[in-house]
Design a protein around this ligand. Structure first.
Ligand SMILES: *Cc1c(COP(=O)(O)O)cnc(C)c1O
Length: 353
């Protein structure tokens, strides 16, 4: 052990992202919930036309052009929007602005692992509350902790369920700290919690272009909240946190709602088919309002299947964590990719045990 680092950094585990194989590797990649379809042609056209002048200068500090476009799509004023280098950056900004040793950060488990990592970096106090068996939200327990920051991913990963808006209202109205509603998968759901930012000053809804808009490589996310809350967050973010390319390309992508909606419709249809096929193989599959499925294999061999699929060039996600060690998280790919997965599973389930 060195003494280069703060003691909490020395002690913490690293966040482990899903594997990202080098470009050109022949792989069926169903492990990071990326969208299997390309980004909007309108966004790619803007990318082709980026000129040197827009790179020579520093970008707009608040992502003005993207903010205006998002404002139109969402029906909220531009000054209710904060733009980030991926939504992960915004989660980090909230933690840095609101949490410190002695202040609590709270979230229901299992959920997005990064909440823990960011809290550990900040050396704030972590309270993890278990979701109930049916994934209903333990509202009273969360309220009782009254964290400086409470994270709720809705839809949640890796369970895929949406937290009902009334439960989120109960939380928002009773917490004195900030409620972060992480809507990374909102494009795949029927409902969302955006209305809550108008009702409660302590709520921020965070979204991303990584999933619904097929732009995980661009790194662009945004948060919507009352300007009073955003005021403190702006102090903490890097001055030029969104680059000129991300701002321009993201603006075209969010403006092209028709294209995004068409891709989402295809993914939802594929999700239904993949769930049916997995159930046919004896998997238990949780209802999902996202672009992935949580699935429990019939023979209790989740880790084995994960490894064997990887050897065959198919990447899915396995979490060696309480409540997840017997399950797999599978990103919904194209019908062709999903079929490749199903065929490999049929082979492995027949031959493996
Ligand atoms: C993918 C994901 C994010 C991160 O999105 P980026 O905008 O790519 O940083 C945030 N929260 C959850 C729950 C996610 O699954």
């Amino acid at each position: 052990m060195t003494n280069y680092f703060r003691s909490n950094v020395d002690a913490m585990a690293s966040y482990v992202p899903g594997e990202q194989p080098p470009r050109g590797t022949q792989i069926v990649k169903l492990n990071s919930n990326e969208n299997p379809y390309p980004p909007s042609p309108a966004a790619l056209a803007v990318l082709q036309n980026i000129d040197g002048e827009s790179l020579r200068r520093y970008p707009q500090p608040l992502g003005g052009e993207f903010r205006e476009a998002a404002s139109k799509v969402l029906g909220v004023p531009p000054d209710w929007i904060i733009v980030g280098n991926g939504s992960d950056e915004l989660l980090s900004v909230v933690i840095r602005a609101c949490a410190e040793p002695g202040r609590k950060v709270v979230y229901p488990m299992p959920t997005y692992v990064l909440y823990r990592t960011l809290t550990e970096i900040q050396a704030a106090d972590i309270t993890e509350i278990a979701y109930r068996e049916d994934y209903s939200l333990p509202v009273e327990e969360l309220v009782a902790i009254n964290g400086s920051v409470t994270f709720i991913a809705s839809p949640n990963s890796p369970s895929g369920h949406v937290v009902p808006k009334d439960e989120l209202r109960k939380l928002a109205s009773q917490l004195s700290g900030v409620l972060v509603i992480d809507e990374a998968y909102v494009d795949f759901t029927e409902d969302n919690a955006l209305a809550l930012v108008k009702e409660y000053e302590n709520v921020i809804v965070i979204r991303t272009l990584s999933k619904g808009y097929s732009l995980a490589g661009l790194r662009l996310g945004f948060g919507v909240a009352n300007p009073k809350l955003l005021h403190g967050l702006f102090k903490v973010k890097d001055s030029y946190n969104i680059d000129a390319i991300a701002c321009a390309v993201g603006t075209a992508a969010i403006t092209d709602q028709d294209y995004k909606n068409a891709c989402v419709a295809k993914i939802k249809a594929s999700r239904t088919k993949l769930a049916t096929d997995l159930k046919q193989l004896g998997f238990h599959v949780w209802d999902s309002q996202t672009n992935f499925l949580l699935a429990q294999p019939p023979q209790g061999n989740a880790e084995y299947l994960y490894q064997k699929l990887k050897e065959r060039g198919i990447l899915i996600r396995y979490f060696n964590q309480p409540r997840l060690e017997d399950k797999l998280r599978i990103t919904v790919g194209t019908d062709e990719q999903n079929q490749t997965l199903i065929e490999a599973l049929i082979y492995l389930l027949e031959s493996g045990n």
